[in-house]
Write a protein that binds this ligand. Structure first.
Ligand code: FAD
Length: 407
């Protein structure tokens, strides 16, 4: 997080969301980046080069105050649909239903956008890069990766974006928040498609999956990692060895291990004022299947129009809030919002402080257990996943609902 202290700008790496916007847009190359073994980039501002323009501070998504206090009310005002690519191969090989890729590729092919700023596959670590692509460059489905769960700094190449009429950005909420003001200045109409994101993971999460697969991952040596695809919820492939997604990420997702630090202070996984949010159909909403579905939260008329313009390529079925609400797991998001002041070390009520402390202890306990112990049978991990989350017991669902006066 870029902070301003005594008229000087500094990076507090404890809250960095790894979007890369500050480095990508710095006009005097005053921000240095040092890659750690867990994939996290440690940033610092070099005083001798900094011209104190404040651009890094203005664009940093982590230092913006969250305007949403009550996720239950916020999300009820949207509309929703199940969606998937009409092309069966794209649907099957993508993260969920292949909606993001179809919007990018067909949106460019059909002139809905003049250009896009999206993540594209690359040959060097982190094996993807934020890329500006315009109509004349063209893009193939295979150029675009499935959901990537290790850190990457998507916004490093923002300065490559040229002036166009209609521009699309697809990314996580923090990447979009970081880039949007700059991109609005590069186009007449900016469409924002957010990948619903509760947590980005450090490379330690991938190292854990590699351990389960009897292989290894090291930032200094080439490796391959494909986290999604081949039906729902899909397969993870590391160095050509594979494991069902639910076995590979259950421990890290459910116990929230190896999360990028700055994600702890992001309370709006749907994205703030975006056009569409794309989600996985979790929460028991959709059964295991050869093909996937992307749950889409439509947040604006522009988002609605893009889906209808692409109706030759994307199948859509409208849903009501009641039909779809189990996918959102809203209590989980509301708890996250409540804990943000704890992570920001603000003054808070005792109950929240207690839940925050338990969160930290739980995190260290599970991390040590799975990192120090030799490879355990999968069954043990699945039992560990079923141990109730003490933090959730303290900030019980009843408490969350009472606090926000929900029915
Ligand atoms: C880090 C991360 C965490 C997520 N967490 C959740 C979650 O907790 N719950 C949930 O319901 N859904 C989550 N999602 C969203 C989900 O995984 C799918 O991305 C979404 O459902 C869209 O699926 P799709 O098949 O339409 O996407 P595809 O058609 O497969 O396209 C994937 C798109 O994501 C882009 N992309 C992949 N990884 C990244 C990244 N790290 N940063 C920026 N762009 C990226 C690709 O460039 C491509 O545009 C997460 C996604 C990411 C990237």
């Amino acid at each position: 997080m870029v902070e301003k202290i005594d008229n000087k700008f500094i990076v507090d790496n404890d809250y960095c969301q790894q979007c890369g916007t500050c480095i990508g847009l710095c006009t005097s190359s005053a921000i240095s980046m040092c890659l750690r073994d867990d994939g996290i980039s440690i940033l610092s501002i070099l005083n001798e080069k900094c011209i104190n323009c404040g651009m890094c501070y203005d664009v940093c998504p982590a230092n913006k105050k969250l305007e949403v206090e009550n996720i239950y009310d916020h999300i009820k005002r949207m509309s929703y649909c199940d969606a998937y690519a009409k092309d069966d191969d794209i649907r099957n090989l993508s993260s969920s239903g292949g909606v993001a890729k179809t919007i990018i590729v067909e949106g460019l092919n059909n002139g809905i956008f003049d250009a896009v700023y999206v993540l594209k596959k690359s040959d060097i670590y982190p094996y993807v890069a934020g890329t500006y692509i315009d109509k004349s460059d063209g893009v193939k489905y295979d150029d675009i990766p499935n959901s990537i769960y290790h850190p990457l700094m998507m916004n490093l190449a923002l300065k490559k974006v040229k002036k166009v009429d209609k521009l699309l950005i697809v990314g996580t909420p923090c990447q979009i928040k970081g880039a949007e003001e700059y991109l609005k200045g590069r186009c007449n109409k900016l469409t924002k498609v957010a990948l619903f994101c509760k947590q980005q993971k450090t490379l330690d999460s991938t190292k854990f999956i590699a351990k389960l697969l009897n292989t290894s991952v090291d930032i200094k040596k080439p490796f391959s990692a494909k986290y999604r695809g081949d039906g729902w919820p899909g397969i993870i492939r590391i160095n050509k060895k594979e494991i069902p997604l639910e076995n590979g990420v259950a421990m890290s997702m459910q116990k929230r291990l190896w999360t990028v630090n700055g994600c702890k202070i992001c309370g709006i996984p749907f994205g703030d004022k975006v056009d569409l949010s794309l989600m996985d159909p979790w929460g028991g909403y959709y059964k295991k299947s050869d093909n996937g579905i992307t749950v889409v939260v439509i947040q604006s008329s522009q988002g609605e129009k893009i889906l209808s313009d692409l109706n030759a390529h994307i199948n859509i079925e409208k849903k009501s809030f009641k039909q779809i609400k189990r996918v959102f797991i809203l209590d989980d998001i509301q708890r996250k919002i409540i804990l943000i002041p704890y992570f920001l070390k603000e003054k808070i009520r005792k109950r929240i402080l207690f839940a925050g402390k338990v969160n930290d202890i739980q995190d260290v306990f599970y991390r040590n257990l799975v990192e120090v112990m030799p490879r355990m049978p999968l069954k043990i991990y699945s039992i560990l996943c079923r141990v109730p989350d003490i933090r959730d017991l303290i900030l019980s669902v009843g408490y969350l609902k009472k606090k926000y006066n929900q029915k």
